[in-house]
Design a protein around this ligand. Structure first.
Ligand SMILES: Cc1ncc(COP(=O)(O)O)c(C=O)c1O
Length: 385
């Protein structure tokens, strides 16, 4: 018997190589500037590297506590209290994870039983669907309003049933860059109030909200905080996506279930990085100043694109800028992004990658978490459009 015969049916039959990997490889092969995959091309604060190196030298190199080191859980609790007003108990309500992605998978595995419905708002980050499938749940896809990507509360109300175990939301939003308003959050809370549905709130871009608007964390409203698991990522906030460290915050009853899975999933997360982060976060400025840092990059990038035939969609938060290319090309999104990479020399991601049905709306996503000279070089190339 071959290995293929022995493997038999796949647990995730529709998962293949992602478009992010494909476009990054194409960009590397063709020498294109990679504005596709979402990661910074600049380094983190050297003080953070020093803090991690100091932790290693001080001998913080063995297993930490399963839930994360107390100093980092306290730093996260303080950060959330400062930014959203909600105080999580650092011992019972916060766990340090191996990035947000592990936080998302462990949350879904902990809370979703086989046959439960889980609502996702499409377009969405590509780990949600496979996480739900692995838990044996049914993914119920509710589209965000096409063109504006605001939550569609009527469609959401229709999708909510007694079978709904979990609703996954994401603000600021990848890929569209939209940010929920306080009003939308309140409407969401009212919609869920008569139900038993839980919420998984993916807030990895929480510190990248522009134009003076406040991030509408699900932890900021008591009714939502009581039913939400909030997930975030130090990788996004401190320009260290490769460190894969994040956190999950939730009321104690939900956190107890989360930790049962976390314990046998990763058990613990990189010790010296946790010590380094705890030390670095004693100063809140790096995360409080992040929105201004990225807003300037957004404005630089948008100003450069304004003279092209690309139509700019709003970017209220995150480090993504979406464009409508229908004035330039009738190609499918994937074909257009391949053409843009090979012929213009700038890689982007087709929005279709964030939909189950791969629909084509002639939209592409750029990541502007890049050095100014990278953005300027990309703009020079894109000026041909
Ligand atoms: C919406 C969203 N959630 C989660 C993640 C994953 O974060 P991490 O790298 O911390 O696992 C990403 C990364 O791109 C993301 O865009």
């Amino acid at each position: 018997m071959t290995s293929d015969d022995l493997v038999g049916a796949s647990r995730l039959p529709s998962v293949g190589t992602t478009i992010f990997t494909v476009m990054s490889a194409l960009a590397a092969r063709t020498g294109a500037i990679n504005l596709g995959q979402g990661f910074p091309d600049f380094d983190c604060d050297p003080a953070l590297v020093d803090a991690v190196a100091a932790a290693m030298r001080a001998g913080h190199n063995q297993y930490p506590p399963m839930t994360g080191i107390p100093a980092l859980r306290q730093a996260v609790s303080d950060k959330i209290a400062l930014t959203t007003g909600h105080r999580y108990d650092a011992d019972a309500e916060i766990t340090i994870t191996a990035g947000a992605t592990q936080g998302i998978l462990s949350t879904v595995l902990a809370l979703v039983h086989p046959g439960d419905d889980v609502i996702v708002l499409e377009p969405c980050y590509d780990s949600y669907g496979p996480s739900i499938t692995l838990a044996g749940g049914n993914t119920i896809r509710v589209p965000l309003v096409p063109g504006t990507w605001r939550p569609d509360f009527e469609a959401l109300a229709r999708a909510l049933t007694p079978r709904t175990r979990l609703v996954i939301v994401n603000t600021p939003h990848n890929p569209s860059g939209t940010v929920w308003t306080a009003g939308e959050r309140a409407r969401f809370a009212a919609l869920l109030a008569p139900t038993r549905a839980l919420v998984l709130s993916d807030e990895v871009y929480e510190h990248m909200v522009f134009d003076g608007v406040a991030h509408a964390s699900m932890s900021g409203l008591p009714d939502l905080a009581a039913r939400s698991v909030v997930v975030s990522s130090f990788g996004k906030t401190f320009h260290v996506t490769g460190w894969k460290v994040g956190y999950v915050a939730a009321p104690a009853a939900l956190m107890r279930e989360f930790r049962k899975v976390h314990q046998f999933n990763v058990f613990t997360v990189n010790t010296p990085v946790q010590h380094g982060l705890a030390h670095y976060m004693e100063d809140p400025r790096p995360y409080l100043e992040l929105a201004a840092f990225y807003q300037r990059k957004r404005d630089l990038f948008r100003a450069g694109l304004a003279s092209t035939r690309l139509r700019l969609l709003p970017s209220e938060g995150s480090y993504f800028q979406c464009v409508d290319y229908s004035a330039i090309s009738e190609r499918s999104e994937e074909d257009f992004c391949r053409w843009l990479t090979t012929e213009i020399g700038v890689a982007a991601i087709p929005l279709s990658a964030f939909y189950e049905d791969g629909r084509n709306q002639r939209l592409a996503r750029f990541c502007f978490a890049k050095r100014d000279d990278t953005l300027n070089s990309a703009l020079q190339r894109l000026a041909r459009l």
